[in-house]
Every structure is written in C-alpha cells, then in structure tokens.
Design a protein around this ligand. Sequence first.
Ligand code: HEC
Length: 171
Amino acid sequence: MNHQTMKTVDTPRWRGALILAALGAALALGGTANAQATSAPAQPRTGAQIFSSTCAACHQAQGEGTPTYPPLAGSEWVNGAESRLVRIVMHGLQGDVEVQGQVYNGAMPAWGTTLSDAEIAAVLTYIRASFGNQSLPVTTATVAQTREANAGRKTPWTIPELLLIKVGDRK
Ligand code: HEC
C-alpha cells in the first residue's frame, strides 16, 4: 500500500464521519431547543432546595454540624436577631463564634452574590423552622434592606462587630 491508495481509501471515510458528527450535533441542538420551548417557566427554588444545595455540605442535612462546622439546629445565631443572621449569610463570618457552648473558628463564605434577596429569605425562613428550630420567618424586604444598608461591604463579619448592631424587638 502506498500513500496514494491510502488517501483515496481514507477520504470518503472521513467525509462520512464528518457528516455523521454534524448530523449528531444538529440533532442534539434541536433536542435542546425543543426541551426549552416546551418546559414550564422555572419555579423559584424552595428554602429546602437552597439549603441542600448551598448549606448542607458544611452544616449537614439536619443542620447538626460537624466538629469544624457549627450546627444550625438549636443555634442562638439562627434563632436570634434576624439582622445579624442575614448579615452572616450575605457577607460571611470569620473568627470565633460560640454556638451552644462550643467555640468554632472557621470561615463562612458570603452568599450575597450567589443568592438573591428572595432566596436568602427562603433559606433563612427554612432553617429557622427546621431541625427543631421554631423562629419567625425572614422576609425578602428585610434581606433587601440589609443588602442596601451594607452596599459595598466586601469582608466577612466578626461576632464582636455583629454584637454592635442594634436589634429591634422582632427576632
Ligand atoms: C463551606 C462551608 C460552609 C457553607 C457551604 C455554609 N457555611 Fe455557614 N458557616 C461555616 C463556618 C465555617 C461557620 C463558622 C464561621 C466562624 O467560625 O466564624 C459558619 C457559620 C454559620 C452561621 C453562624 C453560626 C451557627 O452555626 O449558627 C450560620 C447561621 C450559617 N453559617 C448559615 C449558613 C447557611 C444558611 C448556609 C447556606 C446558605 C451556609 N451557612 C453555608 C461554613 C459554611
């Protein structure tokens, strides 16, 4: 077999493969477009869904925590002033934090850039009413006010800083 014959044998095979690949891509694209056209408008995610995709990896499925990640179940921060809780989740938290008599010292990421006001309200309302917690819901309006009042904040909160925030009667 010399080069000349290899070329004449290979060329048609290549073309066939290219055509098949192009057809496959066209079918795949058509399929996606169809699925998008026929699917219902996206539902907002529930607090439970946001919790399991965003928080449970660290705080665990029942909010029980680990030796590294503090519990949300029975936490005085989850069940305490909503102004502090919203800030913790929106901008993050660093340094010592005491939860149920245990001191943790880690870094909680900020979620204010990935979660909307409504999503933060939904997940906080969920954790305040789950794992045995029985605290009032957090409204989207409260989250929006907190976001506006802290526009430009880039750094995580510390507990001493949060304790300086005046809290109203409403927990
Ligand atoms: C990557 C791990 C991680 C994820 C994900 C995470 N957290 Fe945290 N969280 C932490 C750590 C670590 C602390 C403690 C920070 C410190 O020591 O200052 C903390 C602290 C907290 C606290 C205050 C202490 C307590 O236990 O009550 C709350 C409330 C909280 N997180 C809520 C949330 C919520 C709600 C989500 C999801 C939107 C979330 N966290 C996602 C790691 C995480």
